[in-house]
Design a protein around this ligand. Structure first.
Ligand code: ADP
Ligand code: MG
Length: 260
């Protein structure tokens, strides 16, 4: 099992959109995938068509009540793709976790019992660097960072990288950054072109070659409870996420199940 946290403490940079569509593309390529919704807003769960009745157990129960991940996860309509849904309870978890033992390792511990169930786990993080995101970083093998092509794209990144450094030195030395994905790229806007050039100059090869364009189909899809990749697999956004998934797969270590 390889676990990737999709993280950036800025809101609205494309974390959830990337998590949903990459999870779908990875499942389509034959991997057994779990998407963990770790944002109290539950957008990843909703975007995959999981209704409230299907959220009997959630990421909150796994973190706070030590429920098993395999028992709490639900299947989506997409073959090979499961979700650990989020409910609004999760908004209290940030504070409740403070009081609990092993507060930074709750998610990691939960996955130690569920290692064989999935090839790839993607965690959709909330827009903060609080205990939920820290749990994701402690549980993960790698981080995938979506970065919006806007003027302040790099601002806040140093704070994120400092947090990664702290997590490495204290809890999870193996935590890597598997890639930075540029999102909401607008070809007609020269500023976003410039931002993309600057980000590549600063961050180098860790930035994926694939850039996700600004595409209205990507933002429409969640209201239909579908990943864009299924809602409209031919739109520019879907094609970009498929290319990004191929790049991501090339960066993955050989997965245990495949080696066997
Ligand atoms: P985050 O999870 O980082 O807060 P989201 O993935 O929810 O970000 O994206 C924020 C908003 O922008 C959502 O309404 C989403 O549908 C929209 N969006 C995300 N990526 C794109 C894109 N490439 N093109 C157009 N709209 C996008
Ligand atoms: Mg989100």
């Amino acid at each position: 099992m390889f676990c990737i946290a999709v993280a950036n403490q800025k809101g609205g940079v494309g974390k959830t959109t990337s998590a949903i569509n990459l999870a779908t593309a990875l499942a389509a390529s034959g991997h057994k995938v779990l998407l963990v919704d770790l944002d109290p807003q539950g957008n990843a769960s909703t975007g995959l068509g999981i209704n409230q009745a299907q959220r009997q157990r959630s990421s909150y129960d796994v973190l706070i009540d030590s429920d098993g991940v395999a028992e709490a996860a639900v299947a989506t309509e997409i073959p090979l793709l499961d979700v650990l849904p989020a409910t609004v309870d999760l908004s209290g978890a940030e504070i409740e976790l403070v009081e609990l033992e092993q507060r930074t390792h709750r998610l990691r511990r939960a996955f130690q019992q569920a290692k064989r169930s999935w090839d790839i786990v993607l965690i959709d993080c909330p827009p903060s660097l609080g205990l939920l995101t820290i749990n994701a970083m402690v549980a993960a093998d790698a981080l995938l960072v979506p970065l919006q092509c806007e003027f302040f794209a790099l601002e806040g990144l140093s704070q994120l990288l400092n947090t990664v450094e702290r997590i490495r030195s204290r809890f999870n030395p193996a935590l890597s950054i598997i890639g930075v994905a540029l999102t909401m790229f607008d070809r007609r806007n020269r500023l976003t072109e410039q931002v993309s050039t600057d980000v590549r100059a600063v961050l180098g090869n860790v930035v994926f070659d694939t850039v996700i364009p600004r595409n209205v189909r990507l933002s429409e899809a969640p209201s239909h409870g579908l990943p864009a990749l299924i809602y409209d697999h031919k739109c520019s956004g879907s094609e970009a996420y498929m290319a990004l998934a191929r790049e991501l797969i090339r960066r993955l270590p050989q997965l245990e199940n495949e080696a066997a």
